[in-house]
Design a protein around this ligand. Sequence first.
Ligand SMILES: [Zn+2]
Ligand SMILES: [Zn+2]
Length: 359
Amino acid sequence: MLSFVDKNHNELTHQEKSSRIRKEINQSYEQLKANYPVLNRQNSIGMAIFLLAIAVIVVASWAWYRAIIPTWLMIVINAFAMGVLHEIEHDLIHWLYFKKQKGIHHLMLFGVWILRPLTVNPWIRRTLHHHHHKFSGTLHDVEERSVTNGERWSVKRLLTTADVVVGGLLRLQRMFSDMDREVRNGNLKLETSSRLKRIMFLSIVPVTIAAHVILYLFFSDILLDWINTRFTSGMSFPHDVDNLLISLELPIYTVLLPNLLRQFCLHFITSNMHYFGDVEAGNVIEQTQVLNVWWTYPMQLFCFFFGWTHSIHHFVVNETFYVRHIGRKKAQEVLKKYGVRFNDLGTFKRANRFHGITK
Ligand SMILES: [Zn+2]
Ligand SMILES: [Zn+2]
């Protein structure tokens, strides 16, 4: 496929290539919808998937609570369904469901947030995400940088991949100084920079912080128990904390642990399929790669195959995740034809730079 188009398409500018990609993918979606007119019932399908995912979570959690299924199976089922809810949230952020019926729209947004409380406030994320689309891969693409995109691979990056609170704090100073530099260099407006900094903090208050703190306590408690059984150290949490953890057992197991798994998988995939730092301004072809190498499959399961389809979304923004997923084969052919990268595993060595590390 590459050899047959390269020669001609190399002469095109990246804007021309991107607009052809957009046109060809949009045509394939029109064809798909002509073949399956039911796909045009966007609001109903979005609502049906939203309710179905919640029903799956409720049933699996109930079955676990009644000891019908083991803990690991409930966590896997819930994490998968919460990955679907992440896609619903992303579609809602792009106003793809109930744009004219704001009450239903916001109720859905609330639902997908409360079942995924480790994530940032979706109403605030909307601003961060639109900034991501406009400035993907730049030093001030704060949404991607908040999930480790652009950092060199290390144990620290691995441990903080899922963590947007303590992990976020550890990355904050570098991100803010980069943003200040971007303002000085005229690449970012001062008021945009100040706004981004302000809302980044607001986006995790209070739900995201509270959900993370509960998990920190939960894992610390497990660690203390392990130390006690090995070394009889006698260290333990105050009773109040122990009681709090016991009273929160149901949400910790059925909501927070599945989300931790889901969030790690999503952040791992997204932070390695977006490029960072040396993306040519406005060049969508350099912004992402398709990451669908076989060993990422278990992680793709918990982020609804994000690595397979998110590149397509950078070109055709206003389409639902299920159409993107159903039509991915044709769309991926188009991406490949115009030179979007596939499974560029060198990104792990280059700290996600498109070309290479220069500093
Ligand atoms: Zn988007
Ligand atoms: Zn993106």
